[in-house]
Ligand binder design. Structure first.
Ligand code: SF4
Length: 216
């Protein structure tokens, strides 16, 4: 764990936002080190351990240098680091649009008002199916979004049950992301249409554009 005012940073890069209704917009991605889960489809395993202890001031300066107003703090799992809320606060105060993408297993209430939270609810097929902190639903605002990464039709049906049980699509964008190589995208599209729910198909833009590379 990094001391106060510092964060263990994996990487900062400029790319397109990939995991929400803002998909495709230019975005500065701030990837933090460490994750408490081990999803079977994880494509950022390099962020589990690799990273440098960096002052939040330095991260803010590096973000500013890209000249882009949209910033996403991701991981790994950003909520595993206590400095994430402070970093988000600093960026909001500088009028950035700040997104935090989280696996939903930590309490998100510490995040400042104004952060757009993209909250993953891990399906059974992820291998981390019981990890979601359900109280987090109480801390979602209208701009916040839910994401289910599905690895099978059974995962999709499970996601639909959660959407109905908790009324998730009433106030939030609910993204359905087919895991690469596990669910054909056209199948996921058909399941969404058959469900009758206003779910959003979230295809893996980065993988389509750049394969395992992260940007151009
Ligand atoms: S929560 Fe995200 S970073 Fe962590 S193991 Fe799962 S996919 Fe990988």
């Amino acid at each position: 764990m990094a001391p106060n005012g510092r964060i263990i940073l994996n990487e900062i890069f400029f790319s397109l936002q990939g995991e929400s209704s803002r998909q495709g917009l230019p975005c500065v991605l701030v990837r933090l080190t460490g994750c408490n889960l081990r999803c079977g489809y994880c494509d950022t395993t390099y962020a589990y351990q690799e990273g440098k202890d960096v002052p939040i001031d330095e991260i803010v300066e590096r973000v500013k240098a890209f000249g882009c107003r949209l910033v996403e703090i991701t991981g790994g799992e950003p909520m595993a680091q206590p400095g994430t809320a402070a970093l988000a606060r600093r960026l909001l105060d500088l009028d950035f649009t700040v997104m935090v993408e989280t696996n939903g297993s930590f309490d998100i209430s510490a995040l400042p008002y104004g952060v757009i939270k993209i909250v993953d609810i891990k399906t059974p097929g992820s291998g981390a199916g019981k990890s979601f902190w359900w109280d987090n639903l109480k801390h979602l605002g209208e701009k916040d979004e839910i994401k289910f990464v599905i690895t099978s039709h059974a995962d999709f049906e499970w996601a639909v049950r959660q959407v109905k049980k908790h009324g998730l699509a009433d106030n939030h964008v609910v993204n359905i992301s087919p895991a690469a190589g596990m669910v054909p995208e056209a199948d996921a599209a058909r399941w969404i249409l058959e469900s009758g729910l206003p779910l959003r198909l979230n295809l893996q833009l980065h993988r389509t554009l750049w394969g395992t590379r992260r940007a151009v």
